[in-house]
Design a protein around this ligand. Structure first.
Ligand SMILES: Nc1ncnc2c1ncn2[C@@H]1O[C@H](COP(=O)(O)OP(=O)(O)OP(=O)(O)O)[C@@H](O)[C@H]1O
Length: 227
């Protein structure tokens, strides 16, 4: 799609859940927030987790002002909105976190998180440090998991072997990762610091943490946290 101007599907202020029904995301199960340096293995771990426990987890669909890329589906990959509409959503306090990357704005709306909860699923947010700080300020009771690479050298190797970034993008990601690691080193910054050394071991630790918070994942029934 060449232009996103005027494309606002799924993204009006009302649809973003702003005081629509008076129900805030805080009244529901806390989201699970995964963060960590680019290349630390968040997507890999989440894919394994989602495959192992189908229908138990869901991503919220973010809003963005960037244009759709080939292969992306509006309102599935993202809600693509104009900069003006994005700003109106910010003004209406529709987002639990939002940030700007490379000149484009991205945000997680309360309504998008709500939609995952409404399906009885644990809502997973895969966000960066900026987003983590915003979600914390919201006081949603979110659970924060930091995925830590075994070392900077291994992180760099994984980023390079993934083969998806240019050299300058790799350098930018490595620089950003230092800030993420410094933040994560502060006591109480996250509820779990998960070293992604061996995938199966790390996944096991993640599952144990999730079950401690949300209850058992096995059994086929929806996972719902009682207040
Ligand atoms: N435990 C592991 N051992 C070896 N390789 C791993 C491990 N975990 C992930 N990888 C590899 O590291 C690379 C980066 O992983 P992944 O894409 O999941 O990172 P990410 O944290 O989601 O990055 P981004 O934030 O940029 O999306 C991938 O090629 C993945 O296969």
């Amino acid at each position: 799609m060449a232009s996103q101007a005027g494309h606002v599907a799924g993204a009006s202020v009302a649809d973003a859940g702003v005081a629509k029904d008076g129900v805030a995301a805080t009244e529901h199960k806390p989201p699970l927030v995964l963060s960590g340096p680019s290349g630390c293995g968040k997507s890999t771990l989440l894919k394994l987790l989602f495959d192992r426990y189908p229908n138990r987890f869901g991503f919220s669909v973010s809003h963005t002002t960037r244009s759709p890329r080939p292969g992306e589906t509006p309102d599935v990959s993202y809600h693509y909105v104009s900069p003006d509409l994005f700003q109106s959503l910010v003004d209406a306090d529709a987002f639990i976190e939002h940030a700007t990357f490379s000149g484009n704005r991205y945000g997680t709306s309360k309504a998008a998180v709500q939609r995952v909860f409404d399906k009885g699923r644990i809502c997973v947010l895969d966000i960066d440090l900026q987003g983590v700080k915003s979600v914390k300020e919201r006081g949603l009771g979110a659970k924060f998991v930091f995925v830590k690479p075994p070392s900077m050298e291994i992180l760099e190797t994984r980023l390079r072997s993934r083969g998806t970034e240019t050299e300058s993008a790799i350098q930018a990601r490595l620089a950003a990762s230092r800030a993420e690691l410094e933040y994560a080193a502060q006591p109480g910054a996250h509820d779990l610091v998960l070293v992604n050394d061996n995938l199966e071991r790390a996944l096991g630790e993640l599952v144990a943490f999730i079950e401690g918070v949300y209850g058992a994942l096995k059994g086929g029934e929806a996972v719902v946290l009682d207040d």
